[in-house]
Design a protein around this ligand. Structure first.
Ligand SMILES: Cc1cc2nc3c(=O)[nH]c(=O)nc-3n(C[C@H](O)[C@H](O)[C@H](O)COP(=O)(O)OP(=O)(O)OC[C@H]3O[C@@H](n4cnc5c(N)ncnc54)[C@H](O)[C@@H]3O)c2cc1C
Length: 435
């Protein structure tokens, strides 16, 4: 995630630098006015570049899953590209506002001459300037409610739908107000590509065509509440479903008004269109789920997505699989698929962290699934009994690979613990939080 954003920012800065170095200012221009102008261009370019990336990633591009490490990571990159894009937009606005300060301190005399246009084009530029300013105020408000986690997710999701409109407004602003000489230089070429990418994402979002080709209609065939706060939902997706790899997830819509929620497919693929979800009551909707979803009702499933895929486990490395609470779902799919292929040579320690093993229906299920798999050792860590998993409890003697799905706090504690002990392990983590 960080690499992609850093590379994009570096390319934009380089191209801006080429333009800044090749340009010449009229004699007598004050260096501070030149610095303001260039800061305005750089912040504007960085902002539109990152927002364009965010728009592209919002289209859930499955072809980017492999290079970016899965759809959960694509969403995180989307989020951070959006946040940084808005931060640069705010900076762009502040630089624009510095006009008055400069006039007061160094005077107007050394200003750069304004580019002159006429007629309809000039009117469009004025409109783009005003619209850009208003779009910025709205997008800043969106940023505040995005970062304010207490703002209800459902309301946030509705408001978030305004983002493509805001992006298209900012794209219009950028295209109209980019300096004329950009269009004959690499900066203009880059800006055109970025705008084309972002507009593509924005329009797909507005037209509601995201994920369409991967969406399948099916039926809920069974609903069971089999563990504390966890509902199992079994769905039949028919022949259209092209199957999934163990550990992948899907966006599931049980109720059109509620919209899709991401859930891991907690079962292996048997080629029969059946998928299971284990859904924990973690919020408003999932708490209502046991009564809201019934066998026989329609369901829409978009997917599969994700790279938390057992096929990516390196059999040469010691496998340490760690799940916290409902984070066990991808491992259920892994273990189920291993039943079909018990000879698979993965040797793994599976650590399952639970609040109360005596009331947790996943525990007997895991014991049942692991029993025929001699090469998988199951460890249950029961918080109620004072057994909290720590890094030093992980048996890391040689090259190891950790696959983690669970609370972000537990992942951070384990990563830090392993680092402090001097272990260099590959740590794969499924991100359950998208906002
Ligand atoms: C890749 C992935 C796999 C997941 N797998 C499982 C699973 O197997 N079992 C399980 O119980 N949970 C899983 N989750 C978490 C699950 O999606 C949320 O707990 C659920 O959507 C909460 O909805 P809510 O309305 O009840 O909660 P709210 O209180 O409304 O939201 C709680 C949090 O859940 C997330 N969330 C809520 N709605 C959505 C949505 N429509 N899209 C994206 N995120 C949302 C947000 O981060 C939000 O802050 C997974 C999440 C991800 C990203």
């Amino acid at each position: 995630m960080k690499t992609l954003i850093a590379v994009l920012a570096a390319v934009v800065t380089l191209v801006w630098g080429l333009d800044a170095l090749s340009g010449s200012s009229p004699a007598g221009t004050h260096p501070l006015w030149i610095a303001r102008q260039e800061a305005l261009y750089l912040s504007g370019l960085l902002s539109i570049a990152l927002l364009s990336l965010a728009m592209l990633l919002a289209t859930r591009p499955a072809w980017l899953e492999s290079p970016l490490g899965g759809m959960d990571r694509i969403y995180r990159t989307h989020k951070w590209a959006g946040i940084l894009g808005i931060a640069f937009a705010a900076m762009h606005w502040l630089v624009e506002m510095s006009d008055d300060v400069l006039k007061a301190s160094i005077g107007r005399a050394g200003r750069l001459p304004k580019e002159k246009f006429s007629g309809l084009f000039e009117a469009m530029r004025d409109l783009a300037e005003d619209l850009g300013e208003w779009a910025l105020y709205v997008i800043l408000a969106m940023l505040v409610i995005t970062l304010w986690k207490k703002f209800p997710y459902r309301a946030w999701r509705y408001l978030h739908r305004a983002m493509p409109v805001l992006y298209l407004t900012l794209a219009f602003h950028a295209a109209m107000l980019a300096p004329r000489d950009y269009w004959t230089q690499p900066a203009g070429g880059l800006l055109a590509v970025l705008l084309a990418i972002g507009i593509y994402g924005g329009l797909r979002s507005l037209l509601g065509s995201i994920g369409g080709k991967r969406t399948f209609a099916g039926e809920v065939v069974a609903v069971r509440s089999n563990a504390v706060d966890v509902t199992s939902v079994r769905c039949q997706l028919g022949n259209g479903w092209r199957g999934h790899r163990p550990g992948q997830f899907a966006f599931v819509t049980f109720d059109e008004r509620e919209g899709p929620h991401p859930f891991t497919i907690a079962s292996a693929d048997h080629g029969d269109g059946i998928v299971n979800f284990e859904i924990k009551a973690l919020g408003d909707y999932t708490r209502r789920l046991p009564t809201a979803v019934q066998a026989g009702q329609a369901v829409r499933v978009e997917g599969p997505y994700g790279r938390f895929d057992m096929a990516r486990c390196n059999a040469q490395d010691r496998q340490i699989w760690i799940a916290g609470g409902v984070g066990i779902t991808p491992f259920l799919a892994w273990l189920e698929s291993l039943q079909q292929d018990p000879g698979k040579t993965l040797i793994a320690d599976l650590h399952y962290c639970t609040r109360d093993a005596s009331r947790d229906a996943f525990v007997p299920r895991l014991q049942g699934l692991c029993a025929p798999l001699a090469h998988i050792r199951l460890y249950v860590h029961d918080t109620r009994q004072g057994d909290t998993l720590k890094a030093d409890a992980l048996d890391i003697r040689r090259r190891a690979e950790v696959w983690f799905c669970g609370p972000a706090g537990l992942a951070a504690a384990l990563r830090n613990g392993l680092q402090a002990m001097g272990h260099k392990v590959r740590f794969h983590q499924e991100a359950f939080e998208m906002r």
